[in-house]
Design a protein around this ligand. Structure first.
Ligand code: ADP
Ligand code: MG
Length: 484
């Protein structure tokens, strides 16, 4: 992956690599390019083609990202189903929140042609053709288009928190349909459910079993689309003729009655033939709200295995393994630091390593603990759950001995202007609020004033040691509020 930072920026407002080169944040558009690569990796191909590929970056105000889609239908659908996901992905690659706006744009010539096909003109929800029903129609043993080869048993680090789930998946892979059927894996986000489930899938595909992996979202979309296109029989064949069915995040089926019913019948057909079923969920079966009892009870027929957040030793082992995969050499001190601060989620551990690597590619220095702390601080603070502009203004006003009202006032007295500029700079750096947003909060100022303030703080910090110390102290204190 290319670095998430780069060194030349006309505004130079975000000096990330303290004591080294000045490092700027990615622009919204650059971040989107990276986010797309990540989305392509994570999403089913057809979902990506349908809902991400048609997006075009449009001119936008401030730091927002405006994506254009060729129809109002798509605009509505993406707003409801994907906008938040895009924002999460952007946050992960850019280290700050980039608000996403979805808007209509003119269709391109190829899109106009596509629209003239009647079925698509009426029903675009999931019109991309199913990927050739590869797993059912293709020769036995073909790996599904959506199985990720890297998700296998060898790359999975086992610890107390995931031992049961690992052992269960291993046993299932060794004796499909007979060991535990269904296998129900549950646990929080980013703990390895998809990885383990696909490890079984990859193992089975290797021994020429027909494996079908789908997220619940895919299952729903394909079913809706099959109904619209009068291809329900085909849909059923596809799902009922596999040897191993993997349904990810099954809690998302809850409340979608027809799809739940369809899945219920699919389940029964496969189970009767001793075909292996694995589902994952964020919770135990009986706590999946709004899911039909008959389906929940079926999930309890086989084995239910949980994955908990990894304990310290497992986090360290995961970090070592992943760092090695990435070709990063990390001191024990750094590993311990990362493992101490990121506790809940393996995906975040991976994200931290990616950022450490990106930062290192820019600064080209050794991977010191200090560098990692900087990276980590921005990750945790940028979650933005605890810290907001009001808190930053308050802290700055106390530090510079002015009032919050003065910070928002038009007064341009020198000491006041410096305090205000520092506060704006920190709002930008720690919350990811856009320039216009920050301007608005500081008494309705224009976004160019905020831009200027950010540049000015970088300048002042170079020439005025006291001012630099003030800003750095404030940043450290505020980062602690933000969770580091
Ligand atoms: P979930 O499905 O539970 O949300 P994923 O399976 O998508 O989580 O895992 C998130 C990321 O963390 C993946 O890249 C996965 O490879 C990695 N991961 C999770 N647990 C482990 C583990 N124990 N060992 C190695 N990688 C792991
Ligand atoms: Mg998952």
């Amino acid at each position: 992956m290319p670095p998430a930072f780069s060194t030349s920026h006309p505004q130079g407002h975000a000096a990330e690599g303290q004591g080294t080169d000045e490092v700027r944040l990615l622009t919204a558009e650059e971040a989107w390019t990276e986010a797309c690569a990540e989305l392509r990796r994570r999403m089913a191909e057809r979902t990506f083609v349908q809902w991400v590929a048609p997006a075009r970056v449009m001119p936008a105000e401030g730091d927002a990202l405006k994506l254009g889609y060729p129809s109002m239908f798509m605009v509505d659908w993406v707003r409801t189903h994907y906008r938040e996901r895009f924002e999460d992905e952007l946050l992960a690659v850019a280290n700050r929140r980039i608000p996403v706006e979805i808007t209509e744009r003119d269709p391109e010539p190829s899109e106009v042609e596509a629209r003239e096909t009647p079925a698509e003109a009426v029903a675009p929800p999931a019109p991309a053709p199913a990927p050739k029903l590869a797993l059912v129609e293709a020769p036995r043993g073909l790996r599904g288009p959506s199985l990720t080869p890297r998700y296998n048993f060898d790359t999975f680090v086992v610890g107390a928190s995931n031992q049961l789930a690992y052992a269960a998946c291993h046993a299932v892979a060794e004796s499909l349909g007979t060991a535990y059927n269904p296998l129900f894996l549950y646990g929080g986000v980013g703990l390895g459910k998809t990885h383990l489930m696909q490890a079984v899938g990859n193992h089975a595909a290797g021994s020429r079993q027909r494996v079908l992996y789908a997220s619940s979202e895919q299952f729903v979309n394909e079913f809706v689309s099959a109904i619209q296109q009068k291809k329900v029989d085909e849909f059923r064949r596809r799902y009922r003729e596999c040897d191993v069915l993997l349904i990810d995040d099954v809690q998302m089926l809850a409340g979608k009655e027809r799809t739940e019913e369809e899945f219920f019948h699919t389940f029964n057909v496969l189970h009767q033939q001793n075909k292996q079923i694995i589902v994952t969920s964020d919770t135990v079966p009986h706590e999946i709200d709004r899911m039909e009892e008959r389906l929940r009870s079926r999930f309890q027929w086989g084995l239910i295995a949980d994955i908990r957040p990894p304990e310290m030793e497992t986090r360290m082992a995961i970090l070592r393994t992943k760092a090695q995969e990435m070709g990063l050499e990390l001191d024990d001190e750094v590993i311990t630091f990362l493992a101490t601060h990121i506790r809940q989620n393996v995906r975040e551990l991976e994200g931290a390593l990616r950022r450490v690597r990106a930062m290192q590619q820019v600064t080209r220095g050794p991977l010191s603990l200090e560098l990692c702390k900087n990276v980590l601080r921005s990750i945790l603070v940028n979650k933005g759950e605890k810290l907001d502009c009001e808190q930053i203004m308050k802290q700055c006003s106390q530090h510079f001995k002015v009032t919050v009202a003065e910070l928002k006032s038009p007064s341009r007295k020198k000491n006041l202007a410096r305090a205000r500029q520092a506060a704006m700079f920190l709002c930008r750096r720690l919350t990811g609020a856009s320039f216009p947003d920050i301007g608005e909060r500081f008494g309705g100022r224009d976004h160019t004033t905020v831009l200027y303030a950010c540049d000015r703080v970088v300048e002042l910090m170079k020439g005025d040691a006291d001012y630099r110390k003030s800003v750095e102290t404030l940043e450290r204190e505020l980062s602690q509020i933000g969770g580091v």
